[in-house]
Design a binder for this molecule. Structure first.
Ligand SMILES: Cc1cc2nc3c(=O)[nH]c(=O)nc-3n(C[C@H](O)[C@H](O)[C@H](O)COP(=O)(O)OP(=O)(O)OC[C@H]3O[C@@H](n4cnc5c(N)ncnc54)[C@H](O)[C@@H]3O)c2cc1C
Length: 412
């Protein structure tokens, strides 16, 4: 006779493994089906191999976005009253993983993502939970009170199903449409998806090629087409061949701006420039101070990286060889200040291959935040990235994946 499982969890990623552990601890007989050859493939790559598990500054209102305007209520109910960071740490402590905070980011004490995967798999072994790899579920059917899950080699039956299939991002680590197809087959309400936590492609202005490879700290403002600034964050911007990346830009994908406005002299006080040039000697209306024979690029290089200086000088219409003595003090100041407002028009996102997460997914109004069960599809639960809830960089996506997995697991 074929086994009828209490539940089958589809996906052995962050949320699926956490779900399987909590279900097994609650005495449930569960099976995990994973399409990859090995479980936890994406987890190994998280946090640059260190796995940024959670964050001390977690705040549901500012760390997550969703296409559902009611998402704060969902998260409020989901996370009700608890310290989320502590909840993640307690869970990992319970499977033998000590945690360490590097700044506000929390990692396993080993600073190795592999230690997290191994501990989760060992805990599942302790409860004899089977993980069948190379087992992509392609169809879910319900008959009477049972679900039947089809893979290429077998059909499995169970009383409950957990969709822990993650998103489309990083196909090289298992990201795919597979979970969305299953949802479509079941008639689950979904919001549009798009690649998030990746870089932006831009309409490249003249001389942009000079900036390629540059990393510079500043303040990035995300501006909507209406002109409204919807997000502002300090951090490092990375200029690539096609556009802009770095954590601040990746976070900006969560609000889908039309343009990014960079203030790259924020690291310096504007006063420095003012004090330095205020009352500077002028002759015949031109700057005649001690740097009058320096090129503009050389002069700016006292404040900013050389490639950026070259870009600013050429963009302002000066020549590479133009010297400070060819401008008046006011023009010199405005050249420095131009680094405080460099605007790039966005024309796209880097794509799922380079996106850490997929934004959009199962509409939150379909999900009971207390059990992660789909309200219109009783017996089916959904966890992690497959849902329309996206965190910024810093451990927030794994926090939601782990805690939603645990939440589903105890309620099966
Ligand atoms: C490079 C990288 C670094 C990241 N670093 C961090 C970080 O440090 N901190 C952080 O918070 N977040 C990080 N993230 C995001 C985080 O990894 C994800 O949000 C998280 O793993 C989502 O968990 P999940 O369980 O929903 O999906 P996943 O972990 O993606 O797991 C889903 C699993 O389901 C399997 N699957 C899918 N469809 C099927 C099917 N039909 N049948 C069987 N199996 C199926 C997949 O193969 C996969 O193994 C990172 C992401 C990437 C790509």
């Amino acid at each position: 006779m074929k086994t009828i499982y209490d539940a089958i969890i589809i996906g052995a990623g962050a949320s699926g493994l956490a779900c399987a552990i909590s279900a097994a601890r609650s005495g449930k007989h569960v099976l995990v089906l994973e399409k990859n050859k090995k479980p936890g493939k994406k987890l190994y790559a998280t946090g640059n191999g260190k796995c940024n598990l959670t964050n001390k500054l977690i705040d549901t209102r500012i760390c997550y976005v969703s296409g559902n305007p009611d998402y704060e209520r969902f998260l409020g109910a989901f996370f009700a009253g608890g310290d989320l960071c502590a909840a993640v740490c307690t869970f990992f402590n319970s499977i033998g993983i000590q945690t360490v905070a590097l700044g506000d980011y929390v990692y396993p004490a080993s600073e190795q993502a592999s230690s997290v995967v191994w501990a989760m798999l060992d805990e599942l072994k302790r409860f004899d939970v089977n993980i069948e790899t190379s087992g992509e579920v392609t169809e879910i059917k319900k008959q009477d009170d049972l679900f039947f899950l089809k893979t290429a080699s077998d059909t499995y039956s169970c009383k409950k199903v957990v969709l822990a299939t993650g998103g489309k991002s990083y196909p090289s680590l298992g990201g795919s449409e597979s979970g969305y197809e299953l949802c479509k087959g079941l008639g689950v309400e979904m919001t549009d998806t798009y690649p998030a936590l990746c870089g932006f492609t831009i309409n490249k202005p003249a001389h942009f090629e000079l900036l390629k490879g540059l990393r510079v700290k500043g303040i990035v403002s995300s501006v909507h087409a209406s002109g409204l600034t919807v997000r502002r964050e300090k951090g490092e911007v990375q200029f690539t061949e096609d556009g802009l990346s770095g954590i601040v830009c990746m976070n900006a994908t969560c609000v889908l701006p039309s343009r990014l406005s960079l203030n790259l002299i924020s690291a310096f006080s504007d006063d420095i420039a003012d004090t330095f040039l205020a009352g500077a000697k002028e002759e015949n209306g031109l700057y005649a101070g001690r740097f009058k024979d320096r090129t503009l690029i050389g002069f700016l290089n006292g404040y900013l990286p050389d490639k950026l200086c070259e870009y600013l000088v050429l963009t302002a219409g000066y020549e590479r060889q133009t010297t400070c003595g060819e401008l008046n003090s006011e023009s010199l100041l405005s050249l420095i200040r131009s680094a405080a407002d460099i605007t790039f028009e966005i024309n796209g996102l880097f794509g799922y291959e380079k996106a850490q997460v997929t934004a959009g997914g199962i509409d939150l109004s379909e999900v009971d935040p207390n059990t992660m069960e789909l309200v219109n599809h009783r017996g089916i639960h959904a966890t992690g990235e497959l849902l329309d809830i996206t965190g910024i960089c810093g451990g927030y996506n794994l926090t939601f994946a782990f805690l939603s997995g645990i939440r589903a697991g105890v309620s099966l």
